[in-house]
Write a protein that binds this ligand. Structure first.
Ligand SMILES: CC(C)(COP(=O)(O)OP(=O)(O)OC[C@H]1O[C@@H](n2cnc3c(N)ncnc32)[C@H](O)[C@@H]1OP(=O)(O)O)[C@@H](O)C(=O)NCCC(=O)NCCS
Length: 177
């Protein structure tokens, strides 16, 4: 992570100085440094940066098989959990991963943490690229947000959530295992 970030700050990797926001979100303590966020899972790590605004990322393995009904009742809105319950198990598993990555990336962009916040971020259950339906009041206006679905490898899926950012030029990404 240091070597990726250092190239954008203009210092040696070992010289980077990090801070943490109240809920643990890391940031670079260098004037004019980009905002960044990181997600780690089996088989890879994704680091995203943005020069303007804030970014959140979540990376998950596509083969994850979480207890969909229990987790969606705990972490999703009632509408989303009800919609998943009506699906066949494989469709519900895939929809769960789509929603989870969108919600976690959004919470990581704001830095609120996931507790009490994931149900308040609502997305279209069917859409692959996240389509925002509702967001917490303290996340700002919906028009300030952009979402992208990334496929960094055959085994992974990820969401990039951006607030107040210029439309990004995605020049490519590399999943470091
Ligand atoms: C804990 C949990 C939210 C994810 O944790 P995780 O796997 O460590 O998350 P990620 O790898 O995406 O992100 C961790 C990084 O985010 C950053 N981060 C930490 N706090 C943050 C915050 N408040 N906001 C934004 N980013 C933050 C840090 O860089 C952290 O890395 P570090 O620990 O090395 O400092 C999640 O696993 C969980 O609680 N799950 C319970 C529900 C569940 O099982 N859902 C199903 C998932 S498919």
């Amino acid at each position: 992570m240091r070597s990726v970030l250092a190239a954008h700050v203009g210092v040696a990797p070992g010289e980077l100085v990090f801070g943490r926001e109240e809920k643990g979100r890391p940031f670079l303590r260098h004037p004019g440094a980009p905002d960044f966020n990181l997600s780690d899972t089996h088989g890879g790590t994704l680091v995203a940066l943005c020069r303007q605004g804030r970014v959140g990322v979540d990376l998950e393995r596509l083969d994850r098989a979480p207890p969909v009904d229990r987790l969606s009742r705990r972490w999703f809105s009632t509408q989303e959990a009800d919609a998943l319950q009506l699906m066949d198990p494989e469709s519900a598993r895939q929809a769960f991963l789509r929603l989870w990555t969108a919600k976690e990336a959004s919470c990581k962009a704001t830095g609120t943490g996931i507790f009490r916040y994931t149900p308040r971020w609502r997305f279209d259950v069917q859409a692959d690229t996240p389509v925002l339906l509702e967001l917490p009041a303290d996340a700002g206006d919906a028009a300030r947000w952009l979402f992208f679905r990334l496929s960094p490898s055959r085994e992974h899926t990820a969401v990039l959530a951006l607030r107040d950012a210029a439309p990004p030029r995605l020049t490519g990404y590399l999943l470091a295992g």
